[in-house]
Design a protein around this ligand. Sequence first.
Ligand SMILES: O=C(O)C1=C[C@@H](OP(=O)(O)O)[C@@H](O)[C@H](O)C1
Ligand SMILES: C=C(OP(=O)(O)O)C(=O)O
Length: 428
Amino acid sequence: MTDAHEDHWAAPVANTPLDAAVRVPGSKSITNRAYVLAALASAPTRVRVPLDSRDTRLMLGALATLGARSEQTADGFLVHPLGPAGGRVDEATVTMGNAGTVARFTPALAALGSAAVRFDGDEAIRRRPIGPLLTALRRLGARIDDEGRGAPPFTVHGEGGLRGGKVDLDSSASSQFLSALLLAGPAFDQGITVRLVGDAPPSEPHIAMTLDMLRRFGATVEREGSEFHVAPSKLSCPEYVVEPDLSTAAPFAAAAVVAGGTVRVQGWPKYTTQPGDWLRSLLPALGAKVTLDDSGLTVTGGSVIPGVELDLHEVGELTPVIAAMLCFAEGPSAISGVAHLRGHETDRLTALATELSGLGAGVTETGDGLRITPAPLHGGVFRTYDDHRLVMAAAVLGLRVPGVRVENPGTVGKTFPEFTGTWDGLAG
Ligand SMILES: O=C(O)C1=C[C@@H](OP(=O)(O)O)[C@@H](O)[C@H](O)C1
Ligand SMILES: C=C(OP(=O)(O)O)C(=O)O
């Protein structure tokens, strides 16, 4: 229930074991990749059952600004290509909000047009890393003015196309730098060859998702270890059906582990590149029984959650929900490999340590993760720092802790505008 006087949501307690089935909306990562690839295609793409949320509206808005218009259909959007001129010809501004996918994936598209396009967004996006991507785009021929900041706001001066070719890239702060170059690669004169330098990028499944979706749109893509090649080519995909978002499904699957009983997530794909699919391996280690069949993923919580040590480098966006779950373990846990979360919507390691500790848990930050020592929890305000996944983490905690009041719940609209209502229904 949302408090009408203050912007807080009273996260519901599950007083009895759960018995629920939920359907979550489309994947943010797949939706926004489909929109970008559709803009680069040579014919319109019908994107079916996409996510409709702040991040995906920002992506459609950015693409419209760059010259690729879209029309709403009965079950999604028909996205038109940027057009023969490569898109925009007069000055414009792209609003990125706090969407990493918009901030990282669309500047290369502006370089294909013939206008000066300014990029800016929420205060938070100005702090998120993007410098190595801007440097790589410049080396590939783009003219970008950021007044030396290496961060938004910046202006891309489109010159009607991009040479492309070979480039070294440090993508250790975000896998989205690499995905951005690969997604736009088919439209570059020479295609693109990226050689990764520095530490390995996080979020490997999101890189696999980029390669898989490029292929579905007809691109020729090769990977040899840390070198990637995308040939110049015309793209086309008349229809793209988006999978449910498995990272959005994570708190619902976690609910069965924390509150006991059973939760079925409908429409869970049998094969997917989404990082959330890793929950099928994790949840049994947390005492749950997990089955995947035609009806979806069914999770039944066990009686005890063991403490665990987890390296979440590849699945970092699951960290807030996993950290909340581990507050109910019978022993201490450690999460590592996620230093890059300090550059997400907020510094998620500091935010989680502060808010989970604020409700009684023993959570401390390490350089690249969290140490979680379970302790008796109590109610109170859980601040969310404009981070949708902190709302989801707080909801998981609230299932067993009366009196958790979640600040600014509307921020969850980044990826799931109907989250609180769906969650209230789950907990009965
Ligand atoms: O490409 C994508 O769609 C994403 C990649 C990941 O970013 P990072 O590699 O920056 O963590 C992930 O955390 C983000 O939610 C979505
Ligand atoms: C890191 C995230 O988002 P973004 O796409 O803005 O990077 C996320 O959704 O957890």
